[in-house]
Every structure is written in structure tokens, then in C-alpha cells.
Design a protein around this ligand. Structure first.
Ligand SMILES: [Zn+2]
Length: 81
């Protein structure tokens, strides 16, 4: 993975390849991410794959895995762009 992915590397990611993107779900904190198939770009999504608003997206991309599902995330994942 590229260096920009370092915070995501702390998650235990289950990978699902879709048509144009790869969907990742963390087995530990249940956060969802998607990345371009090239792996260059990554963004935070809700379980259905909708991108989350920038504030949540930036936080999830830059935080290491919180170690357990977070109550606050239940609200954050409704903050669809
Ligand atoms: Zn995690």
C-alpha cells in the first residue's frame, strides 16, 4: 500500500472487489472504506458505499483503528455527502 494509506493499515480490513472500486470493511471497528482499483485514492463510505461528508471522511482516513465499534460512528455514517 502507498504511504497515504498508513492509518488504514491499522484496521483489520476485509476486502471485496467491486466493478470499479474495492470495498473494505474493518472487522474490528466496522468502518467502511472504498478505494480505486489502482489503490491511489481512498475514501470513507457508509455500509452501502455512499461517500461520507468531508469532515467524517478526513477523520476516518487519518485516524488509526479505534479498536472497537464507536458509538459516534453510528451518527457519522449517516453523514452522507
Ligand atoms: Zn478498524
Amino acid at each position: 500500500m502507498a504511504s497515504a494509506w498508513n492509518p488504514l493499515a491499522s484496521h483489520d480490513l476485509e476486502r471485496r472487489d467491486l466493478d470499479h472500486v474495492t470495498h473494505y470493511t474493518c472487522r474490528i471497528c466496522q468502518r467502511d472504506f472504498r478505494a480505486s482499483r489502482s489503490g491511489v485514492a481512498a475514501w470513507s463510505v457508509d455500509p452501502a458505499g455512499s461517500p461520507l461528508e468531508d469532515r467524517v471522511n478526513q477523520r476516518w482516513l487519518n485516524e488509526p483503528c479505534p479498536g472497537s465499534p464507536q458509538r459516534r460512528d453510528e451518527y457519522d455514517r449517516t453523514r452522507i455527502k
